[in-house]
Design a protein around this ligand. Structure first.
Ligand code: NAG
Ligand code: NAG
Ligand code: NAG
Ligand code: CU
Length: 193
């Protein structure tokens, strides 16, 4: 009896661990992001919510991963903490965040079970708050390096042609923005506005 229970628990644990990564395996670390690549997403006031802010994504030092720098304002009171993800599709021209579809998930992991921060390689590439923590309102700043996101076009983890979405704690989408490539001069400073 007791042995049966122990064996069952052990098998359940193995099953749970096996599901903890994508159908295509763990996410690979991206170590060849192009030097000086820079993409920006800007949240503008939209119907319903007035979230504003800017996400800057640049290649990590030596091309390792992507450095994210988030600055978000006017997160609605009482609706957090706020998850945020890279989503698969860009924002449609009408601004409807539903059109961004699911998270960026090139290894086909899906959202359940939730991402384990201790094993970020097993998480959806796009699940940035699962790997790095949620935003607390009403204003938030956050910086982190994500090893699995890519600014190298042509691979599945590339998100420069996609979007970022902020969710309320009930998972509704309260803000979304396209990434666009920012021009960087040779000295590294931004051209234009
Ligand atoms: C986001 O980018 C896509 C693809 O370039 C474009 O069609 C769409 O209009 C953009 N969305 C917004 C809200 O600007
Ligand atoms: C956004 O798109 C979804 C799915 O197409 C639709 O159900 C929803 O009504 C749209 N929202 C708005 C505000 O137009
Ligand atoms: C974005 O670019 C990647 C790789 O460069 C490509 O596989 C993907 O289909 C593109 N996605 C969209 C939404 O254009
Ligand atoms: Cu999301």
């Amino acid at each position: 009896m007791q042995i049966t229970i122990i064996v069952t628990l052990a098998l359940t644990a193995v099953g749970a661990i096996a599901q903890h990564t994508g159908k295509l395996g763990d996410a690979e670390e991206v170590v060849n992001n192009p030097a000086c690549a820079k993409y920006v997403a800007i949240f503008e006031r939209s119907d319903g919510f007035s979230v504003t802010g800017k996400i800057v994504a640049t290649s990590g030092a030596g091309g390792k991963g992507v450095d994210f720098n988030l600055r978000v304002m006017n997160l609605p009171r009482g609706m957090g903490p706020f998850a945020f993800h890279l989503h698969d599709q860009p924002v449609p021209s009408d601004g409807n965040c539903t059109g961004t579809l699911a998270h960026l998930d090139p290894y086909q992991r899906g959202q359940t079970p939730p991402c384990d921060m201790e094993m970020p390689q097993t998480c959806e590439v796009g699940d940035l708050s699962g790997k790095h923590g949620k935003l607390e309102g009403p204003r938030a700043t956050m910086r982190f390096n994500d090893k699995y996101a890519a600014l190298l076009p042509g691979i599945g983890a590339f998100f420069g042609n996609r979007s970022i979405v902020i969710h309320a704690s009930d998972s509704s989408r309260i803000a979304c923005a396209n990434f666009t490539e920012a021009m960087v001069s040779e000295s590294g400073s931004e051209l234009g506005s």
